[in-house]
Design a protein around this ligand. Structure first.
Ligand code: GDP
Length: 446
């Protein structure tokens, strides 16, 4: 999967990583090529646009380091952004809500998307990986032999299917499945609804009625990953009509354009839970954004190289600071680094939690109404000071203070507070520095 996109991006990044120093133009050109590659892979235009914007913003704010080339850094940024686009903020791929037996899972999708196959693959997985007792039922009374197809798969994987009763409607079958699942002590029952060639009102109504009877814990939409942008449209339609809790992308074993995966999460907001990777019953995988991003880029080595380099940089920075503090040096640049570090470490909450003996101060800080937006404002204030002022805050006169505050769009009183805090911290740092390397400071900076 993703061969084409991967090759295209690979080419762009190969050129990039071979260069020692990158100009803005190099990055611009590379990003333009990335954008074209995304669009050709059928990633939707707004998604591609946001993607490029996020990357250029992050690339602009990168710290320059010796151990890796800027091109390698860009690859890492693209990788992280791919993961973000694929995963959204917090998904648990492959996790299904199937507590409270019997838990109903409703399977929906267009005809030929791989719905029946996926139903059986998933049942097998639940049985083998989670030891669940699963009952499958086909509600497809339109397509001849659809119910028999599921029964055959059931026999093959050793999962029960609801006995076929000719002439029943989908709603009747759903009721019967629910009853049988309850009486038979099943953990999960899966309803494989009738496929349709395209979104069709009558069949949608039917799915809605089935949904209302079963009250599914999960409604999984099965879409053919090869259909690209169409897959995303289908997902939006189904979600608006019946509500979808997750997506299964099938045929990701083919060398399709793969853009559906990239747009799916961003456009529909629905998590991809599984991917189908073949016709065999065990060709179903949890969806791992990291793995997929790695496959798209084909640059796993660079990604881990950059991660390591970044850790080293942070350790070196911490070491340098330690030395300064031990000498009793703590200027506005140091404070700024500390504030930035605090934001990175999860804000006030995070850092206070990590510093032993900070409980009391934490309470004071909270009582004073201190939150992370203050950190950002303080950084802005320091940014509007000159180099000399940062190195030696004592230089600041009233007129300069006014201008600095205005430069940051803030009041002088905020600047005064910042300066007071700096003095207090400088005192504290001096004391802590004397406590030696293994002291609180080292711990606080991780
Ligand atoms: P339904 O009409 O949505 O129920 O589709 P089926 O489950 O009958 O699948 C249609 C065809 O697609 C069958 O030949 C399946 O074997 C095939 N198929 C399903 N999932 C995958 C997949 O992930 N990869 C590949 N290569 N084929 C698949």
């Amino acid at each position: 999967m993703f061969e084409n996109l991967s090759e295209r991006l690979g080419g762009v990044f190969d050129r990039l990583t071979k260069q020692g120093a990158l100009s803005d133009d190099d990055i611009k050109t590379a990003l333009r090529e990335v954008r074209v590659a995304l669009l050709e892979a059928d990633v939707s235009l707004p998604v591609a646009r946001d993607f490029i914007k996020a990357i250029s913003d992050k690339a602009a704010g990168q710290a320059v380091t010796k151990s890796i080339t800027p091109g390698q850094q860009v690859v890492k940024i693209v990788h992280d952004e791919l993961v973000h686009v694929l995963a959204g903020d917090n998904d648990n791929a492959g996790e299904l809500k199937i507590d409270n037996a019997p838990a109903p899972i409703l399977m929906v999708g267009l005809q030929g998307s791989g719905k029946t196959t996926t139903t059986a693959k998933l049942a097998k997985r639940l049985k083998e990986k989670q030891g669940k007792r699963v009952l499958m039922a086909s509600l497809d009374v339109q397509r001849p032999a659809a119910q028999e197809q599921l029964a055959v798969l059931g026999t093959q994987i050793g999962v029960d299917t609801l006995p076929i009763v000719k002439g029943q409607s989908a709603v009747d079958i759903a009721k019967r499945a629910k009853q049988q699942a309850t009486m038979g002590g099943y953990d999960v029952y899966m309803l494989d609804t009738a496929g349709r060639l395209h979104i069709d009102e009558v069949l949608m109504d039917e799915v809605q009625s089935v949904r209302d009877i079963a009250n599914p814990r999960e409604t999984l939409l099965v879409v053919d990953g090869l259909t690209g942008q169409d897959a995303v449209n289908v997902a939006e339609e189904f979600d608006s009509k019946v509500g979808v809790s997750g997506v299964v992308l099938t045929r990701m074993d083919g060398d399709g354009r793969g853009g559906a995966a990239l747009s799916m999460r961003a456009v529909t907001g629905k998590p991809i839970k599984f991917v189908g990777l073949g016709e065999k019953m065990d060709a179903l995988e949890e969806f791992h954004p990291e793995r997929v991003a790695g496959r798209i880029l084909g640059m796993g080595d660079i990604v881990s190289l950059v991660e390591k380099a970044q850790e080293t940089i942070e350790a070196e920075q911490a070491e340098r600071m330690m030395k300064r503090f031990q000498k009793g040096q703590f200027n506005m640049n140091d404070l700024k680094q500390q504030l930035e570090q605090m934001l990175k470490m999860g804000g006030m909450e995070g850092i206070m939690g990590m510093m032993p003996g900070m409980g009391k101060m934490k309470k004071q800080v909270e009582d004073a109404g201190f939150d992370d937006s203050i950190l950002k404002r303080q950084i802005a204030l320091i940014n509007s000071m000159t180099k000399r002022e940062r190195a030696n805050p004592k230089l600041l006169q009233a007129s300069r203070k006014k201008r600095i505050a205005r430069g940051a769009g803030l009041e002088v009183s905020e600047l005064n507070k910042l300066m007071k805090m700096h003095r207090q911290m400088a005192d504290m740092m001096k004391k802590m520095g004397k406590m030696g390397k293994g002291g609180m400071l080292k711990k606080a900076m991780g």
